[in-house]
Design a protein around this ligand. Structure first.
Ligand code: URA
Length: 239
């Protein structure tokens, strides 16, 4: 990788600004001052320092966000704040994107990464990655609904869903439930409840494959995944 690209990626400004920085002689690669912007570095092997501070380089970033309501699961939007807008600038430098979408009003677990291969694996319809949601339903969720979800329900566009697991936590005029689905159609959970004549009034994602929402994260907070969490995601869905 070119030295100027690495420094630019790590937040040292545009290529032009990085060129100036290099010219001033404060950048070292393995103890030798380097001024050539096109100098080739092996980011995982060479030690690059600026003013003596080591510049850490990693190719991929993996973040778990507790998505707050009111922000869009997209990288850019002209009218609304996105989940990328609320990341720290140093994390935005990795050009991450959300893995799949949660509706604007949905809260909870959102994986944000720049690892396209992992994202592809997790979203592939062939892999049937389970996603579990907590929801509050306007209406009395019943045993019949559990049976209907187990068989698969027909959505408003005629699509018959794969079997889903519905667990009633509390029932009444409002019910608390957990539902696990293994596909990701547009507004799927809301439309599945519409198919049985009920309305989702609150939706929160709790897990995606082996990854569970870290309950210590406040809405809008995020953290890097641990190495174990990254490995579990990578290993869970190998073909
Ligand atoms: N299902 C929905 O209806 N909305 C979401 O945000 C996620 C799953």
């Amino acid at each position: 990788m070119r030295l100027d690209k690495l420094l630019s990626n790590r937040g040292f400004g545009s290529r032009k600004e990085v060129k100036k920085l290099l010219k001033s002689g404060v950048v070292k690669v393995d103890d030798s001052i380097v001024k050539d912007p096109s100098f080739h570095v092996k980011p995982t092997e060479d030690t690059v320092t600026v003013h003596g501070d080591i510049i850490e380089y990693k190719e991929f970033i993996y973040l778990m966000m507790n998505k707050p309501p009111g922000v869009i699961s997209a990288t850019e939007d002209n009218n609304h704040e996105t989940v990328i807008d609320i990341l720290e600038v140093e994390d935005q430098l990795y050009e991450p994107f959300p893995v799949g979408r949660l509706d604007k009003d949905t809260e909870g677990l959102l994986l944000i990464t720049n690892d396209g291969q992992l994202s592809h694996q997790l979203l592939s319809p062939k892999k049937h990655v389970p996603k579990t949601y907590f929801a509050v339903i306007d209406g009395e969720v019943s045993e019949e609904d559990i049976e209907a979800f187990k068989k698969g329900v027909v959505l408003d566009d005629g699509y018959e869903t794969l079997p889903a697991t519905l667990v009633i936590l509390k029932t009444g005029i409002r019910s608390d439930i957990e539902v696990t689905i293994t596909e990701g159609k547009f507004h799927q959970v809301k439309r599945m409840f519409e198919a049985v004549g009920k309305k989702v009034v609150y939706l929160q994602r709790l897990s995606m494959g082996p990854l569970k929402l870290d309950e210590t994260l406040e809405l809008g907070e995020y953290r890097e995944l641990t190495d174990e969490e990254v490995d579990s995601l990578k290993n869970a869905h190998k073909e």
